[in-house]
Each structure stands twice: as C-alpha cells, then as structure tokens.
Write a protein that binds this ligand. Structure first.
Ligand SMILES: *[C@@H]1O[C@H](CO)[C@@H](O)[C@H](O)[C@H]1NC(C)=O
Length: 312
C-alpha cells in the first residue's frame, strides 16, 4: 500500500508493547509507578534545593536543572505509552509524533550537557579547589546552563524539522514505543543518505564531545584524589563526586551496552523492555542517588521537617 497517494499523513501506529499480551497489566502498572516516582522525586529535589540556602551551590543548581530536564524527558514518552497500553489504541497523530520527537531529543541532549557541566564543576572543585569560587561563579554557571538549554533546543529543532519533511509512503508502523529520530528516519521512504553526514557531525557534537569531556574530567579527578595523602581528606573529596559519578554511570552505561551488544532478532522484545527501563528508570533514580547517598541533602530534608514540626 502506498500511503503517499491518498493525501497527507494523518497518523502512525506505535507497535511495541501494544500487542504485549502476557504482562499487559504488569506493564501498565509498572509504567504508572515509574512515571509518578520520576515526577515526584524530581519535583521534590527541585523544591528542596530551592528551599535550602545551604544547597545554593553550582552542583545543586545543576542538579536542579537535571531534575527539570528529567521531568520533561519522562513526560515526552511515558504518558502516551500509558494511554496506548490502557486503551489498546496504538495510533498517534503526526503532530503528536513530531512533538514527542522534539521533546525527547531536547531533554535527552540537555541531560547530556547538564551532566557534562556537572563533571566540569566537580573537576574544578577537586583539581582547582583554591580557584573554585572564582571560576564557578554565578555568571559562569548561568551561562553554562543557558548554553545547555539553547544548544539542546536548537539541535532538537533541527532534527525535528528534518524529520517533519520526510515522506512515509511505505509504512506507518513505528517499531518502537515512541517517536524518535533514528526510528523515524529508518521508517521514511525519502532518500536519507544526504542526512548521514549531518547526523554524524551531530552525534560527535552532542554525544562524543560531552562524553569525552566527562571521562577526561574524571580521569583528572581520580588522579588528583589518589595523590591526596591524608586519607580523611581523600575520602571527603571522593564522596563529593560519588553521586554525580553514579548518575553518569547510570546514564551512559546502558547506552554503551546497547551500542556494543550484537544485533539479534530474538531479543527484540527484551531490547524494548531494556530501553523502556532506560527511558523510565534512569530519570527516576537521580533523586534517590542524590538524596540517599548525600549527607547535605539528607540534612537539609531533616531541617525542613524539623522546621515544619516546630512551626505547627
Ligand atoms: C539551572 O542552573 C543555573 C546555573 O547554575 C541556575 O542559575 C538556574 O536557576 C537553574 N535552573 C533550574 C530551572 O534549575
């Protein structure tokens, strides 16, 4: 069937998980729980950081950015997926698909940039401690965060525009659980070879450079920490990075595994479950990583509680 002969595109079908019969209820409940936890956890982190002056440092401001980005990230794909699993109606309008693509790319890219800014912040804190307040001043931080948001928005807008002019004559069946750039490009019947170069350059700027910068920061950080003689100071320096390092590993680990793993037809469903876990679980974990393992945040939460108890 040629979709292009009968006029404009109206909708697509999201295939994955729509015919997932065995664990259907489990999947639905799982998505609801993960979505709520991601939203609540991240909003709580944002509130705690906003309320507690002790946490008004570059690291926590960036963490606040990360939480806001994560809320957008989960909201770009999970609500629609939820409505698909509940209603069993797997259609998505072209406009809906394109906006999913925009918000997912935007928040994914922004996630990477904010994580990289945090790595730079940790690098300055550990390797240039005396100049820390000078280098990471308010203006620098605000500029860094503005850059994260702007570059992500421009990049995502470009990819969205590139996708919106594609033709989809052969199939409207999206073999993924939401609309995403690579899936849509593969589905298209337009000639996409000329885009490959653009995508290659884009991948380098958006993924390779930030990732290398993060790794380089941590190589420096670890070698600096190893040189500290006093074990107490060493531990203190290291523990100021553990939350961020955990987040970085949680974020990049699954991507690296997915990329390096050999392609296989049989594990398609497993692959999907894995990417669903990735899209839903990682944003949900950040608040836990930062609050459970972090004395500053725990103390802050305790203080807020104490204040509330005393004031009533
Ligand atoms: C993002 O980070 C910047 C710089 O640290 C900070 O000024 C800003 O308030 C943060 N914004 C949000 C929404 O968290």
């Amino acid at each position: 069937m040629n979709y292009c002969e009968n006029g404009t595109i109206t909708d697509f079908q999201i295939l994955d998980f729509s015919n997932f019969e065995t664990g259907h209820i489990l999947l639905t409940v799982g998505i609801i729980i993960m979505y709520l936890m991601a939203i609540l956890g991240n909003l709580m982190i944002t509130m705690v950081i906003g309320l507690v002056p002790n946490l008004h440092t570059p690291m926590y401001f960036f963490l606040c950015n990360l939480s806001v980005v994560d809320v957008i990230y989960v909201s770009s794909s999970l609500p629609k997926l939820l409505s698909i699993t509940i209603t069993q109606d797997n259609r998505i309008y072209f406009a809906g698909c394109i906006s999913q693509l925009f918000f997912f790319t935007f928040s994914g890219t922004c996630d990477i940039f904010v994580l990289t800014s945090m790595a730079v912040d940790r690098y300055v804190a550990i390797c240039r401690p005396l100049q820390y307040t000078l280098i990471m001043n308010r203006r620098v931080c605000a500029t860094m965060s503005a850059m994260c948001w702007t570059v992500s928005a421009v990049n995502s807008l470009l990819l969205t525009l590139l996708t919106s002019v594609l033709e989809f004559c052969n199939s409207h069946e999206i073999s993924h659980f939401f609309c995403e750039f690579k899936t849509m490009t593969a589905l298209s019947s337009s000639d996409t070879t000329s885009r490959e170069i653009f995508i290659f350059v884009e991948d380098i700027i958006i993924a390779f450079v930030p990732f290398s910068l993060t790794v380089a920061s941590y190589v420096q950080i670890i070698s600096t920490i190893l040189k500290i003689r006093l074990s107490e100071t060493r531990l203190k320096a290291f523990s100021s990075c553990t939350s961020h390092l955990t987040t970085v590993i949680l974020f990049y680990g699954p991507i690296l595994i997915l990329y390096m793993k050999p392609e296989s037809e049989y594990s398609k469903e497993l692959d999907n479950l894995f990417s669903l876990l990735y899209v839903a679980v990682v944003p949900m974990l950040n608040p836990f990583v930062y609050s459970l393992r972090n004395k500053d945040v725990l103390d802050a939460v305790r203080k807020i509680n104490a204040r509330n108890i005393f004031s009533t």
